[in-house]
Structure formats: C-alpha cells, structure tokens
Design a protein around this ligand. Structure first.
Ligand code: PMP
Length: 321
C-alpha cells in the first residue's frame, strides 16, 4: 500500500505507515467494527449499532465520566467501588447517573454474559446527550453505556516483566482550583492522550506527570509507587485520581506489615528510590525500570505486591481450580 499523503492530519508519512504496520501485525480490529452487545440506557444493543449523534454534548464539551474495570473469572473486580466512583464523578461534574449502583452492577453482569467473557476489561460511561447544544446543557438527557471486551496486558507483556520505560510528561496535572481533578472525567484525559502519544512516538511505554506544583503525581492512566529501604512511598492523591488499585495495593502492603508513606515527592528524590511500579485497573501492578534520567530494578517488594494483587483479583478463579 502506498504511504498516505501527509497534510492536514499533521502526521508524517512514515508515522502513519508505522502505525499501519503495527496494527497489521497485531491484527487490530477497530473497536467500532467488532461483534457482540453493548448495554445502552438499559438495553443490550448489537455492538455495531451502538452509535450516538454527532451533536452529543459530551463530544463537544467533555461532559462525560467513565470507569475502567477488569473482569476476572467472569466477575468485575471491585464492581461496586467502580459504580460508586461513576456516581461520584458524575456528581462532581454536575449530573446524576440515572441508574443506582446496584443497577449498574447488574448491567455489568448482563453485558459480560451477553459477550460470553471470562476475563477482560469493562468500560461504563455516562454522558450528556445531544438534546441541547451550547455550554448550558440542563435539558440534555444523561445516557449510560457499558461495553466489555477481551483485553490483555495494558503494557506489552515482555516489557512489563522487566519494567516499563517512562518519560517525563510536559503537561502537569491541573490545580484542583482549575479542574474537577477528583472525577474520572473524560475531559481530563485530553492531556493524557497527548502525553501517551508523545511517549509512544519516542519509544516509551508511558509518561510520568508532575502535579501543578511540580511534584510527582501519576502516569497517564495509573498511579505510581516507589520502594526505598523496605518502605513504600506514594504521592498524596489530592489533585489526581485516588485509584481503586492504589487503595487495594496500600491495603495489601499494610496487611503484610509493609510501611506505606503517602507524602509529597519531589522529582529529584527519584534518585534515591530502588524500585518503582504503577497501579491501575488496566495496568494492574506494573514494574517501572526507567523514568527520564532515573533507573529502577524490579525487586522483591514489587514482585510480592504483583503476586498479591494477582491472587486477590483471581480469588474465585483460584477457588474453582
Ligand atoms: N490515574 C488515572 C489518570 C487513571 O486513568 C487511572 C485508571 N482509572 C488510575 C489513576 C488508576 O485508577 P484505578 O486503580 O481506579 O483504575
């Protein structure tokens, strides 16, 4: 296939060709061209018909909130915590999810069953619809959808085990006075996608973002932990997402008698840390080998917490074996 013409897209020919080659190698099927069912506003809809109008408010103004959860052995890990966070995120950006937490949890079970999935990823989303255009959107209906699909390791498996490489992000997590930073709101991911793409273009797996005051914050879709002298250090989650996996790993560490210190971490302090890992529903516990100029070696503590998290998420599967 001849390279596509570069121009308005801003991508060079070589970049597009590289993406095409990678997609071909991975036999990538576009997400809108898959089969099965997606739960929308209370009903299961054939996957390819799960479409919305181009004047959807959320598309123009970022008025959407979402969740990302993993399915292990046919069940959503921390299902209710994810449903509660969807409600909390919606409230922060000014609307109510029109389904209760119990109804959302049931919707997850229904869509997982319709998809016949045992292990995978679940994406609930709530958004303002196309009923009213403009910044004012009080007459929009709140829509909810839940999709799920088979999804392997968030980072390439070979890289994951030896530790992934991160670069420093250019953008910072916004000041809580400038954005609803505690919500898992679609609009907040604009800077994450920019940083993730820059990282991929430069051969990195992801980027580590600082907070608005220049302290270590989180990756583009995961929280960060460091190990020093047998203790865990992690930034205080007061201007970025306090991940469900973050809280699970903190509890897991404390149960094992590991001291967990939540504090402000300056970027220069990374020189003194021995190990580093990311946590997230998609990322699970992923060792990091490099952040900019700093190097880490995945060690016992990281391995113990990886194994502990893996065992915790697969309790039912393990019990059935
Ligand atoms: N930070 C960001 C920006 C995220 O997108 C995620 C993934 N939801 C996390 C942290 C980790 O959150 P959780 O452990 O709840 O998935």
């Amino acid at each position: 296939m001849p390279p596509r013409q570069s121009g308005v897209s801003g991508f060079s020919n070589s970049q597009e060709t590289k993406i095409e080659l990678v997609e071909k190698a991975m036999s990538f099927v576009p997400y809108d061209q898959r089969d099965g069912f997606i739960w929308i506003d209370g009903a299961l809809v054939p996957w390819r018909d799960a479409k919305i109008h181009v004047l959807t408010h959320a598309l123009h103004y970022g008025s959407g909130v979402f969740e990302g959860a993993r399915i292990y052995g046919g069940e959503v890990f921390a299902s209710t915590a994810h449903s509660e966070r969807l409600h909390a995120s919606a409230n922060i950006i000014g609307f109510e999810v029109p389904y209760t937490v119990a109804q959302l949890d049931q919707a997850y079970r229904d869509v997982i069953e319709a998809q016949g999935l045992t292990d995978g990823y679940l994406r609930p989303i709530a958004w303002r619809g196309a009923e009213e255009m403009g910044v004012a959107a009080k007459r929009t209906k709140i829509h909810v959808a839940v999709a799920c699909w088979d999804w392997g390791s968030y980072f390439p498996e070979e890289e994951r085990l030896k530790g992934i490489r991160l670069r420093w992000a250019d953008y910072r997590r916004p000041d809580p006075a400038t954005a609803p930073c505690r919500a898992k709101a679609a609009g907040l991911y604009m800077i994450c996608t920019i940083e993730k793409h820059k990282s991929m273009d430069e051969g990195y797996a992801d980027a580590l973002m600082l907070d608005w005051q220049g302290r270590v914050a989180e990756a583009t879709g995961a929280n960060v932990f460091f190990v020093k002298d047998g203790k865990l250090h992690t930034p205080i989650a007061d201007c970025f997402l306090d991940g469900i996996t973050r809280r699970t790993v903190i509890a897991l560490a404390k149960k094992r008698g590991i001291e967990v210190i939540e504090r402000r971490i300056q970027p220069e302090e990374l020189a003194g840390f021995e190990q580093c890992f990311l946590t997230g529903s998609a990322a699970e516990v992923t060792p990091v080998s490099e952040i900019g100029e700093y190097r880490f070696t995945p060690g016992e503590m990281t391995k113990t917490l990886m194994a502990g998290y893996s065992a915790g998420t697969r309790v039912k599967t393990a019990a059935a074996e």
